[in-house]
Ligand binder design. Structure first.
Ligand SMILES: Cc1cc2nc3c(=O)[nH]c(=O)nc-3n(C[C@H](O)[C@H](O)[C@H](O)COP(=O)(O)OP(=O)(O)OC[C@H]3O[C@@H](n4cnc5c(N)ncnc54)[C@H](O)[C@@H]3O)c2cc1C
Length: 474
């Protein structure tokens, strides 16, 4: 690790650039989770030096500080700890270096993913991770959450595309980490061999991403999207499993929409590509040098009872943009539907669990049954079913409903998800909302190991306090 001491730099104006103006603080009090904590102060650095000064100030004052990008976290990860501050990276949105030949880009943490990809497209490149929030989400937030998206089916999550990180640590050092390039190595225990992996997915608890070096891919010459409607959930999900396991087709994403979310998607469509259709829908993309094998897709769809007269084809850039818009419409519509209930203590509840993909249909059927048994609404379901990863969504109208729905979700996790070797959180992280469910999935030994790393790097628990580690977790 190359390290630099931040000590000599000094904190600007003795305050590190923090402001405590109530209006400014209130503007950073929430993320998309619906949780609220007005920070005691906010700092919005415009340069790396200012960022490091602010952290130095926080270190001296023992001020808990939570990094925040676009605050699209659905788990409360980007709101402050009680009495703590927010470090907003939004103004650190520069591309530091782009090496087209090496397919590498070095960026500041506040760069928005969609902006990055617009720039990269001019050079025939792209950054593969595509969370549905890509128009808002920042690189720093995506690295810290190990975000993924529809295309993760083909390209993997953010972790796979992080080549190196520059981090500010809680003790005032700045470290440069790079992925090991060795093909063989037997030195040390695996958890210690590649420290980049400690920080990807650490939700701001171990260090602040000051710069990230990202690995890029060449833009595929041809991308085609297909929207295939099915009469019901069972046939759509059987199709999804077949699409992952059949010869002749090679999807890079397999997204599922139940009838309610399909309705949101249809309303948001810009191109009119959708035929009038009811039921459920699978959206998929193929990417490569040539057209996909349309006949292979058609016969697979027909074999699973698709409404094949209503299949929509998205095959130019504008249409593919529309397709992305309808995917985004689902979380946006749920978020909007929750708005009127926030003041009364309601909020949106959205699950992020995943199971091995062949088990997703059974898991989803069990989850819908559990909702009925708990007397809560049927969830609105959409998501990355190609990865066995549905999002179940509810609008809880008041605290009592929040409680009942969360009890139902907890039972789904215990009875349906974890017995299938699933995960409590597949892409949105644990944050503050899901911290209490960590011990359902991880042993005391695993949590103890993570706590030891946290203690070593941040003994005063200043960074991202409350994320991942619940105070009740052993
Ligand atoms: C409509 C919608 C759709 C979404 N779809 C997806 C999806 O498809 N896939 C997915 O994975 N997620 C999704 N999310 C969740 C969220 O958008 C992602 O986790 C995103 O990567 C967060 O980016 P952000 O800039 O908003 O981070 P924030 O919400 O600001 O922060 C998230 C976490 O990162 C930490 N952090 C931020 N910047 C830094 C930094 N510089 N250094 C260290 N830690 C930092 C924060 O402390 C926090 O723990 C969605 C959210 C919404 C609202």
């Amino acid at each position: 690790m190359a390290t630099t001491d931040a000590g000599g730099r000094g904190a600007t104006g003795g305050a590190g650039g923090f402001v405590a103006d109530p209006d400014v603080c209130a503007a950073y009090a929430t993320d998309v989770s619906g949780l609220r904590e007005v920070p005691a102060a906010v700092v919005r650095p415009t340069s790396t030096a200012e960022l490091l000064d602010a952290l130095e100030r926080a270190r001296i004052d023992r001020l808990p500080i939570t990094a925040a990008g676009a605050q699209t976290s659905t788990t409360g990860a980007s709101i402050a700890a009680p009495g703590g501050a927010i470090l907003s990276t939004r103004r650190l949105d520069g591309i530091v270096d782009l090496d087209v030949g090496a397919r590498r880009v070095r960026v500041q943490p506040g760069v928005v993913l969609a902006d990055l990809n617009r720039t990269l497209a001019e050079h025939g490149l792209f950054f593969a991770p595509d969370p549905t929030s890509e128009n808002e989400a920042t690189v720093g937030g995506s690295v810290a959450c190990n975000a993924s998206g529809a295309r993760t089916l083909r390209y993997g999550p953010t972790r796979a595309h992080v080549a190196g990180l520059t981090l500010a640590l809680a003790d005032g050092r700045t470290v440069e980490l790079r992925r090991p390039v060795l093909e063989k190595n037997t030195v040390g225990l695996i958890p210690a061999q590649d420290p980049v992996d400690w920080f990807v997915g650490s939700e701001g608890t171990l260090g602040v991403v000051v710069e990230a070096e990202l690995a890029l891919l060449p833009l595929p010459p041809r991308v085609v999207g297909l929207g295939i409607p099915f009469p019901d959930e069972a046939s759509a999900l059987a199709f999804v499993v077949a699409a992952r396991t059949s010869e002749g087709v090679d999807p890079r994403c397999l997204e599922y929409f139940d009838p309610v979310s399909f309705g949101f998607a249809r309303e948001a469509q810009g191109s009119g590509a959708w035929q009038d259709s009811e039921g459920t829908m699978v959206y998929l993309e193929e990417a490569g040098d040539d057209d996909p094998d349309f006949d292979a897709w058609l016969s697979l769809a027909e074999a699973h009872g698709a409404r094949d007269h209503a299949i929509a084809v998205f095959d130019d850039e504008g249409q593919l943009r529309d397709a992305r818009r309808f995917r985004h419409a689902c979380p946006a519509a749920m978020h909007e539907a929750t708005g009127p209930y926030l003041a009364a203590g309601g909020r949106r509840i959205s699950t992020d669990w995943a199971v091995p993909f062949p088990e997703a249909a059974d898991a989803l059927a069990e989850a819908r049954r559990a909702a009925r048994e708990h007397g809560v609404d049927d969830p609105v379901v959409y998501g990355h079913l190609g990865n066995g990863h549905p999002h179940l969504n509810w609008v809880a109208r008041d605290p009592d409903e929040v409680h009942r729905i969360e009890a139902c979700v907890e039972e789904i996790l215990k009875r349906t998800v974890l017995p299938r070797a699933g995960t409590v959180a597949a892409e949105h992280g644990v944050g503050k909302l899901k911290a209490r469910w960590l011990p359902l999935q991880m042993s005391d030994l695993q949590i103890g190991l993570m706590r030891a790393v946290k203690r070593e790097l941040d003994p005063h628990d200043l960074f991202g306090r409350g994320n991942i580690f619940d105070s009740n977790t052993p």
